[in-house]
Design a protein around this ligand. Structure first.
Ligand SMILES: *Cc1c(COP(=O)(O)O)cnc(C)c1O
Length: 209
């Protein structure tokens, strides 16, 4: 699959629901960036893999009481979905003397199951977001609603790319196992792939945060 990706598209291996041994197997092939969506699940795996020099990305819904744990354990956060959460991440990152790379999650279609900035909310919050000292905003993250048709997904991913460009942000975290081709074609730079790499997850961890 690597050969099929343009150089601007990087692969985030989403290892939620899979054991440290599976991560290790992929790390041996040269994969460094891994995505997890739950802090409690990630911490023991990170400990087991501490000698691997991996790059850990948090991709799940980030509850405010988990922010400290997440900024300690992850260098990249894909799921900052409100100004209040961004402020909290920056304040706690500052206290912890870290500066995570952050993706702002945007919601381009109504979807009661997902968080995210609507585009107008993001534009309104933009100057406040830009003043937060202890995070580096690198891009936008988005997910297509479950029932979205391929053509509609392509449109949605293109909108995300346009919005990122408008804000001068280089990265777009978009595309999962079922729609990474559309995401790459639209200018996605981080593909978050789980089941296509690791196989199906146990039912309990399939819920997308
Ligand atoms: C689980 C998850 C993925 C990966 O999903 P697959 O369909 O298995 O590739 C990507 N992004 C987020 C936010 C996820 O929660």
């Amino acid at each position: 699959m690597r050969a099929a990706l343009p150089p601007t598209a990087r692969l985030l291996a989403v290892s939620k629901g899979h054991p440290a041994a599976s991560i290790h197997a992929l790390a041996r092939l040269g994969q460094r960036a891994f995505g997890e969506s739950r802090l409690q699940e990630a911490l023991p795996k990170q400990e087991l893999l501490a000698d691997q020099e991996l790059e850990w990305h948090f991709i799940g819904r980030l509850q405010s009481n988990k922010v400290r744990g997440v900024v300690r354990a992850f260098t990249v956060i894909h799921s900052v979905d409100s100004l209040a959460l961004a402020e909290r991440v920056s304040r706690i990152a500052d206290e912890e003397s870290v500066c995570p790379d952050v993706f702002l999650q945007v919601k381009l279609r109504p979807d009661p199951n997902k968080g995210g900035f609507a585009p107008n909310e993001l534009l309104e919050a933009w100057s406040d977001l830009g003043r937060l000292p202890a995070m580096r905003i690198v891009g936008l993250m988005t997910m297509a609603p479950i029932d979205c048709q391929p053509a509609e997904r392509s449109a949605l991913f293109s909108e995300c790319r346009v919005l990122a460009d408008q804000l001068g942000l280089p990265e777009c975290s978009m595309g999962m196992s079922g729609d990474w081709r559309e995401a790459v074609a639209a200018g996605g730079t981080w593909l978050r792939l789980g089941s296509v790499l690791f196989g199906p997850r146990p039912e309990a961890s399939r819920v997308i945060g």
